[in-house]
Design a protein around this ligand. Structure first.
Ligand code: IVH
Length: 693
């Protein structure tokens, strides 16, 4: 598209009108690419230039201005109040299947089949499966293709006229091509999570700058609802809203669709966003599959949903099914467990982490949220706890999404105003576990206990970290047992775990002879490890698994790492000043070097690694699959050995697999290898390969 020039004022009226029409068409086209398809073809500056040109032309020639002009998205005057709008076709709600288990889908299909009097032998009913967006419903009325009115749902019969705000939503088309004389599009206005976070960040800046009228929003839905019900469209325009279409209200002279899916496809063709996850499903099993698939995907979606919606696809069947009160019989919302709930703060505790970090944690009255019962929620650090102003006795909103740790979102306004709240949270200046000084370094958000391994909380977690699966892996040494060992005074430092004897272990509460023996065996097995796992297990601040691998590859042995000056450490891939300083600080402490030496003296060992670049890769180009239990190596240790030797480890056997490494109780992978003629080796053979090659 050519760069538009500002129009010459001397141009003829016809030319001007033509230019205005051309600009509008171009802005509609590029606006759709930008807002709906998220695939702009023009740089923003060029879009802005065309926009300003159109604005200037309309300003100079008001008779050229139309309702559907892109310039009309902004700049309306604030309203005194909302007008009431009557929905000719009522805005219904959907019956909610409260059974959040998958049985909810079965119940709906059974009901539909019964209503339709289908025999058991009749084929499966076809449904459209949609997301249940967590925003607010809106009806958009187009007359001859031009957006003339937008209304909230209200009580379903009367809503509020929010046309001025709907126009500010870039994803809502102002004009439709080839549209029927009257078309009402129904859908959901919502706010994306990233837009919500950015909006709240901007709000916080305003509040910090002393703007008394501003507040942060509790969740995307509240933020969206607040924006839609803004009387001043200039403010609404600053709130980033999005839209999904899911249905049609009044329709005059429109196409006769046969199915709900056809209707959605037509809306999409007119330029409305329709969620890409929308699909069709056959029978109860199809609904169940969708419910499960979206459930697994839920946390990765860029916006909140609180469930899925099932709709009978055939519009003829929908008509046969009809309505009960204000709910159609042909649709149901199937919810997921809520990710936010309200509960009470019973106390605010301070927990000590492995590296001494002190974290304030709200102790909560038990509440079922995000599919589990939550009794603790992190407040992150002192600043966060104060920003949210969480106090004992408050009613708070708790959120748990996916595997993320539960979080206090905010205090309910009623609690903020209550006269008998607890005091403002302050971080203790000494460690609640060992009493050592707690300090906050400059530019850091966290307080840390300075007690190091003197602090039993840090000791316990240092041990749990060392014995975990991704480090040296001591099977059966869980957190409870670590607590017991530390509390009984049996383990003070890491090497102590290798000094445990049968008698001491068997004397512990709830420890049977057999378990004690198993643990001793697991400890023995853990002594054969790899250098990266050992390094990672030491729990040096900022040294994760990837960094540990890089360090091992670069230096080849632990002594070289312990002795490396800062400059040498900085030569390692991905090691910057923070990591290098942390390594130096760790190994400059005599007791940490001693821990390493003692662990080795106890028999902890690993295969030599050839340092850095010139190390030959004996198994380069090969692909291994591991199955069953190996006699000495844990699965991760075997994987690391193979990968260090340059080979890949794959999850399933195919013709491309070079070897299957099998231990006892190998299952289907072994069968598959035999079927495909892939050579099968045992652990001893692997060791040989690594030696010989
Ligand atoms: S259809 C005839 N589809 O849920 C059914 N509604 O209680 C009319 N909602 O107020 C609604 N996602 O705001 C439908 N995919 C979806 C939806 C959806 C969210 C909301 C809508 C409505 C409420 C129904």
């Amino acid at each position: 598209m050519s760069t538009p020039e500002l129009f010459d004022n001397a141009a003829s009226p016809d030319d001007l009108a033509q230019r205005v029409v051309q600009l509008r068409a171009q802005l509609h086209y590029h606006g759709h690419l930008y807002y709906v398809l998220d695939a702009p073809e023009l740089p923003d500056a060029q879009y802005d230039r065309m926009f300003r040109e159109l604005q200037a032309l309309e300003e100079a020639h008001p008779h050229l201005r139309t309702l559907d002009s892109p310039t009309q998205r902004v700049g309306g005057k604030p309203l005194a109040q909302f007008d009431s709008v009557r929905h000719v076709v009522p805005m219904l709600s959907i019956r909610t299947e409260t059974d959040t288990e998958s049985t909810g889908a079965q119940a709906f299909d059974t009901r539909i089949r019964k209503e339709l009097e289908l025999l058991d032998t009749a084929p499966a009913v076809e449904y459209v499966t949609e997301l249940k967006f967590d925003g607010l419903a809106m009806s958009l009325r187009y007359e001859n293709g031009v957006l003339v009115q937008a209304a909230t749902r209200g009580d379903g019969e009367y809503g509020e006229d929010v046309t001025h705000n709907a126009r500010t939503i870039g994803q809502i088309p102002l004009r439709l091509q080839d549209a029927p004389p009257v078309l009402e599009v129904r859908g959901e206005v919502y706010m994306r999570r990233d837009d919500f976070e950015a909006l709240n960040a901007r709000q916080r800046v305003r509040i910090a700058q002393g703007d008394k009228g501003e507040k942060t929003f509790v969740n995307p839905r509240n933020a969206a609802a607040g924006a839609v019900r803004q009387l001043d469209p200039a403010i609404a325009a600053q709130r980033p809203l999005s839209f999904f279409a899911y249905g049609v209200g009044e329709l005059q002279g429109g196409p006769a669709w046969a199915t709900h899916l056809d209707l959605l496809m037509a809306l999409k063709a007119w330029g409305f966003p329709v969620a890409t996850q929308t699909a069709t499903a056959l029978g109860a099993q199809g609904l169940l599959d969708f419910h499960q698939r979206i459930g697994a995907l839920r946390d990765q979606l860029p916006f909140d949903i609180d469930g899925v919606v099932y709709k009978v696809n055939s519009l003829a069947l929908q008509q046969r099914l009809g309505f009960v009160s204000r709910e159609p019989r042909w649709a149901v919302a199937h919810k997921y467990p809520a990710q936010e709930q309200v509960t009470t703060v019973l106390a605010i505790d301070v927990q000590v982490g492995r590296t001494g970090k002190l974290t304030p944690v709200a102790k909560l009255a038990p509440v079922f949220v995000g599919g589990v019962t939550v009794t603790n929620a992190t407040l992150h650090n002192e600043d966060e706890a104060r920003r949210k102003d969480v106090r004992v006795g408050d009613s708070v909103i708790v959120r748990r999404a996916g595997d993320v740790i539960p979080e206090v979102v905010s205090v309910l306004p009623a609690s903020l105003e209550s006269p008998n709240r607890g005091g403002v949270f302050t971080m203790p200046r000494s460690c609640p576990v060992c009493g050592s000084a707690a300090v906050r370094e400059e530019d850091e958000a966290d307080y840390r206990c300075t007690g190091g391994l003197f602090c039993s909380a840090q000791r316990k977690q240092a041990i749990s970290h060392f014995v975990q699966r991704r480090a040296v892996e001591v099977e059966g040494l869980g957190e409870k047992l670590v607590d017991q060992l530390v509390e009984a005074g049996l383990v003070r430092t890491l090497p102590d775990i290798y000094r445990l004897g049968f008698v001491a272990l068997a004397a512990l509460e709830r420890m049977a002879d057999k378990s004690a023996n198993n643990l001793l065996e697991a400890l023995e097995k853990s002594k054969s490890t790899t250098l990266p796992r050992f390094l990672y297990g030491l729990g040096i601040r900022h040294v994760g698994e990837a960094t540990a691998k890089e360090l091992a590859r670069h230096f080849g042995d632990v002594q070289a790492i312990m002795d490396a000056p800062l400059e040498k450490l900085l030569e390692v891939n991905d090691v910057g000043p923070t990591v290098a300083q942390s390594l130096r600080a760790f190994f400059d402490q005599a007791h940490n070097r001693e821990v390493v030496e003692q662990l080795r003296a106890c028999g902890v060992h690993w295969p030599d690694i050839q340092a850095a670049s010139d190390a030959p890769k004996p198994l380069a180009g090969l692909t291994f699959v591991i199955t069953g239990t190996l006699p000495t190596l844990g699965r991760d240790a075997a994987k690391a050995l193979i990968e260090d030797a340059g080979a890949k480890v794959a999850g399933s056997v195919s013709k491309k697999t070079s070897y299957v490494l099998a231990g006892t109780e190998a299952g289907s992978k072994l069968d598959k290898a035999q079927e495909l003629g892939v050579p099968v080796i045992d652990e001893a053979a692997l060791h040989k390969m690594l030696e010989v090659l």
